[in-house]
Ligand binder design. Structure first.
Ligand SMILES: NC(=O)c1ccc[n+]([C@@H]2O[C@H](COP(=O)([O-])OP(=O)(O)OC[C@H]3O[C@@H](n4cnc5c(N)ncnc54)[C@H](O)[C@@H]3O)[C@@H](O)[C@H]2O)c1
Length: 336
């Protein structure tokens, strides 16, 4: 098996190291390329893998599958090029920068029959997977409420924010996918607000530093979703499901990113997570292991472009709700 990887930045270099370890060096190969050929050469040298001088040559180098980990603006074109060659493709989220382009890519992938997996790694986190199983087996009784959170320890660089798509499309999109994955339900409406107490560059980009949304699911379940770029306690990503017979939480472990204010309480006692790489190291490995199985034809894509489109539509509804100051029904977010 020969896997290509385009884009060796922060997440791409991390995925390349993971793939190098997962592949069987005796029979498989991994080859990388980047807009910056020196970066590709450097990562290839560090990992002892191959590199190509550009993405066109990478695509033409006899691949069995492609991982797209470039900057977001290149995702849609690379997925189109990869699918046109019939290559099973892994694409980091988001699939495209706009709703219209996501709809178009989803349609193209659907009609092509080529498997494309999108990088919502929480589906591969043991806690999120266990929560989904508890709901599916009816262990929690009737689910009434879900709470989901993505709280970053520190804000991204100022230059990142204007091109990020905003906090709902950039951060909470993972919560929206997890919400669908864990509950098996669709979101019917969104009511969202944002706060700009952080550095001025969030407001200057028309974005917010902290956000909250109340979502109503199609069976009447309520979901409270939050995000902040300023969580000094650590990188805090959690999901709680509350039902008539019980409640479970993903992310409620000794590394929880806050300290109990109760006298004598010792939980949580472990070191907190500083970043998403640390928090989801196992999930990133397992999603790429799944992609190797997709390339080998052993399984279907575990997170399709249609799934990514639904998560994007929820983010779009939240952004409209926040900026227009009103509840937004999901059917307002057209997919034609
Ligand atoms: N699933 C997750 O948890 C997760 C986490 C981080 C980033 N991401 C996504 O991964 C993508 C990359 O993020 P990052 O933080 O690694 O960014 P980054 O800026 O660190 O790296 C992007 C890399 O892509 C390269 N690149 C840009 N355009 C290219 C093109 N046309 N062809 C080839 N290479 C190109 C750049 O030179 C750079 O090396 C983003 O879409 C981001 O949303 C997902």
């Amino acid at each position: 098996m020969r896997i290509g990887l385009a884009g060796v930045g922060r997440i791409g270099a991390f995925h390349a190291a993971t793939l190098r370890d997962l592949l069987d060096a005796a029979v498989d190969s991994l080859v990388v390329a980047d807009l910056d050929p020196a970066a590709a050469a450097r990562v290839a040298g560090d990992l002892g893998i191959d590199h190509e001088p550009d993405v066109d040559r990478l695509l033409a180098s006899g691949l069995d599958g492609l991982v797209v980990a470039t900057a977001t603006t290149a995702h849609a074109d690379l997925v189109r090029a990869s699918v046109a060659r019939g290559l099973p493709t892994f694409c980091e989220k988001p699939v495209a920068t706009t709703l219209a382009e996501t709809v178009e890519v989803a349609r193209l992938v659907r009609t092509s029959g080529v498997p494309v997996q999108v990088g919502f790694q929480r589906r591969f986190d043991a806690g999120y997977a266990r929560a989904a199983e508890a709901v599916a087996r009816g262990e929690l009784g009737v689910v009434h409420l879900v709470r989901a959170a993505t709280h970053d320890r520190t804000p991204p660089p100022a230059a990142y924010v204007p091109a990020s798509g905003g906090i709902f499309r950039d951060c909470n999109v993972h919560d929206f996918d997890a919400l669908r994955f864990v509950t098996g339900r669709e979101v019917a409406s969104a009511c969202a607000v944002g706060g700009t107490k952080g550095e001025a560059f969030f407001a200057e980009a028309g974005d917010v530093a902290t956000a909250a949304a109340v979502l109503t699911l199609d069976d009447g379940t309520l979901a409270l979703v939050s995000a902040t770029r300023y969580n000094g306690g650590g990188h805090d990503v959690r999901l709680e499901v509350h039902g008539s017979e019980g409640a479970v939480s993903a992310g409620l472990d000794d590394s929880l990113a806050f300290r109990s204010a109760e006298p004598g309480a010792t939980f949580p006692s472990g070191p907190t997570h500083d970043s998403f790489m640390q928090r989801f190291a196992g999930a990133y490995r397992d999603e790429l292991r799944a992609f190797i199985d997709v390339v080998a034809g052993r399984r279907a894509s575990p997170c399709t472009v249609d799934d990514a489109l639904e998560a994007f539509r929820i983010a779009e509804a939240c952004e409209r709700s926040r900026t227009e100051g009103r509840p937004v029904r999901l059917e307002e977010v057209e997919t034609r």
